[in-house]
Ligand binder design. Structure first.
Ligand code: PA5
Length: 446
C-alpha cells in the first residue's frame, strides 16, 4: 500500500515554515470539490481512470509474438508516449539489455547519432517496432518511424509491415490511416486518454508484457490505489492530501519547485515521468509548479546543499522503498580503519534507508518542508499504484489551480514554427516569421 507521511510539512515538526492543522483543514472544502470535479468525469480526458479495468488479452497476444520472434523491440514515441514505458523498463527490468531478450530500445528524440547507433546494433531483420503516437502527427515520432519503415522495407520487403505495431488513437490521425491502408497491426489508446496519462494503456502495457512483466499486476495495483485516491476524505486519501499540500506550499508559501527524490535507482525514470506529468499538466495561465527529477542517495552529493541552505522555494518529496528485494552486506575488511569500518556488518539497504531518514530530518531541522511517499517494494503492483496515485494527484492539483490539467496549448507555437521550417503545407507564414526572427537576432551574436 502507498503511504504518505507529511509530518515534515507541518509546523509541529519544522516550525514556522510548516503548515498548521487548521490551515490544512481550511482547504478541506476546496479539496473535496476538486475531487468531485475529477470523480464527476465531465471531461473526456478523465478516461485514464478507467484504464485499470481494461482487458489485456490482445496486448498479451501481441507481446507473445514479439517475445518469440524478436531480436530487439524498438519503441518510437516521445513525451507521454515514451516516458511511461521507460519508467516501467527501468523499474522492473533493470539492466534489461545485458540480461534478457528481446533487447529494448526506447527512442524519443531525433538525434541522428542515437538513431544511427540503434540501427547499427538492433538486428533489424529480427526486430519489432512499436510506434506510439496518440495524435499520429508528432514530427519526431513520424520522422523516426519513416526511417525505420524504409530500412525494414529494404531488408524484409513486403514483410516489413508485419514487424510494426502502431499504438495510436482508435479512429483518428495519420498513423491510424497508415494502419488502415497498409494493414499494420495496431493497439488503441482510448480516445479520452492523453499522452502523459497513458502509461497504463497499451502505451506502457505492451512493453511491460514484452519484458516479462504481468500487465494485469500493474492494473491490479492501479485499481486498488485508485480506490483510495478517489476517497472523498482528504485525511485518508493520499493523492488528495499530496495535492493539497503541494498546492498550499506553492500558492501560499512561495514553494513553487517540487523535487521528487526516489531512494532507488530503478525509480529514477519514474521521476522523469512524473516531471512531465506535473509540468505539462499544471504549467499554464501564468501558474504551475516546477518539478525537478532527482534520485537518492546520489543527489545528496549534488543538490542537497541547495535544498538545505538555498532559497526557501522548494518542497522535497521523498519516495521510500521498504524492501529492495535483494541486499548486500558490507564485509569486515580494513577493520583497523575506524573511518570506514563502522560500516561493516550493515547492509546497503540499511545505509540507504539511514541516509534517506537522515536527509528528511536534516531538512526538517533546517525548516525545509518535505513529504515522504512510501511503497513496500518495487514491483508491478506497486508501480501501477504509483502511476495512478501521481496521475490523480496531478489532475486534482490542476483543478485546485483552476487550470485544465489535460491540455498543453503552450507547446503548439514551437510545433507550428517547426512545421513552417520543414515545409508543411499551411504553415508557410511561420517560415517567414522564423526568417524574420533570424534577421533580428543577427546583431546580437559575438
Ligand atoms: O501529454 C501529452 O499529451 C504529450 O506530452 C504527448 O505525450 C507528446 O506530445 C507526444 O504526443 P503523441 O503521443 O501524440 O505523439
Amino acid at each position: 500500500m502507498i503511504t504518505l507521511d507529511f509530518a515534515n510539512a507541518m509546523k509541529e515538526c519544522i516550525g514556522e515554515e510548516g503548515l498548521s492543522e487548521e490551515e490544512l483543514r481550511g482547504y478541506s472544502e476546496r479539496a473535496l470539490s476538486a475531487l468531485k470535479e475529477l470523480a464527476g468525469r465531465r471531461q473526456p480526458e478523465t478516461a485514464f481512470l478507467d484504464l485499470p479495468d481494461q482487458d489485456t488479452g490482445g496486448i498479451k497476444e501481441t507481446a507473445r509474438r514479439i517475445r518469440d520472434g524478436s531480436g530487439a523491440f524498438i519503441l518510437l514515441g516521445i513525451g507521454g508516449s515514451a516516458l511511461g514505458p521507460r519508467a516501467i523498463l527501468e523499474a522492473l527490468s533493470p539492466f534489461h539489455n545485458l540480461r534478457k531478450r528481446p533487447r529494448v530500445f526506447i527512442y524519443d528524440n531525433v538525434d541522428p547519432s542515437t538513431l544511427s547507433t540503434i540501427l547499427s546494433i538492433a538486428e533489424l531483420e529480427r526486430s519489432f517496432v512499436n510506434v506510439i503516437t496518440k495524435s499520429g502527427s508528432t514530427a519526431e515520432t513520424a520522422a523516426s518511424f519513416m526511417i525505420l519503415y524504409k530500412e525494414m522495407e529494404r531488408l524484409l520487403g513486403r514483410d516489413a509491415t508485419g514487424r510494426f505495431i502502431a499504438t495510436t488513437d482508435p479512429e483518428k490521425g495519420n498513423l491510424r490511416e497508415i494502419v488502415r491502408r497498409h494493414g499494420m497491426e495496431s493497439l488503441a489508446i482510448p480516445p479520452g486518454v492523453v499522452g502523459r496519462y497513458s502509461v497504463l494503456s497499451p502505451v506502457g502495457l505492451l512493453l511491460a508484457e514484452v519484458i516479462g512483466v504481468d500487465s494485469d499486476e500493474l492494473l491490479r495495483g492501479a485499481r486498488e490505489a485508485r480506490q483510495r485516491c478517489m476517497t472523498e476524505e482528504p485525511w485518508t486519501n493520499p493523492a488528495l492530501m499530496l495535492s493539497v499540500l503541494l498546492y498550499i506550499m506553492g500558492t501560499e508559501k512561495g514553494r513553487t519547485i517540487d523535487v521528487l527524490i526516489p531512494y532507488a535507482d530503478g525509480l529514477r525514470r519514474l521521476s522523469e515521468w512524473f516531471c512531465q506529468l506535473w509540468a505539462e499538466s499544471l504549467g499554464k495561465l501564468g501558474t504551475g509548479f516546477t518539478p525537478y527529477p532527482s534520485v537518492g542517495t546520489t543527489d545528496q552529493h549534488s543538490q542537497l546543499q541547495l535544498w538545505m541552505e538555498g532559497p526557501q522555494d522548494k518542497v522535497i518529496v521523498f519516495l521510500r522503498v521498504d524492501d529492495y528485494g535483494r541486499d548486500l552486506e558490507i564485509p569486515r575488511v580494513f577493520t583497523e580503519m575506524e573511518g570506514i569500518s563502522y560500516l561493516s556488518g550493515h547492509t546497503l539497504s540499511e545505509l540507504m534507508k539511514a541516509e534517506e531518514e537522515s536527509t528528511e530530518l536534516a531538512l526538517a531541522r533546517a525548516g525545509r518542508p518535505n513529504i515522504t511517499v512510501g511503497i513496500p517494494a518495487i514491483d508491478a503492483y506497486h508501480l501501477g499504484g504509483l502511476f495512478i496515485f501521481f496521475e490523480i494527484a496531478t489532475a486534482l492539483t490542476g483543478f485546485l489551480l483552476g487550470v485544465d490539467p489535460f491540455n498543453q496549448p503552450g507547446v503548439e507555437e514551437g510545433k507550428n514554427l517547426t512545421y513552417g521550417m520543414m515545409g508543411k503545407a499551411g504553415f508557410e507564414q511561420k517560415r517567414v516569421e522564423v526568417e524574420a526572427a533570424r534577421r533580428r537576432k543577427g546583431g546580437w551574436r559575438i
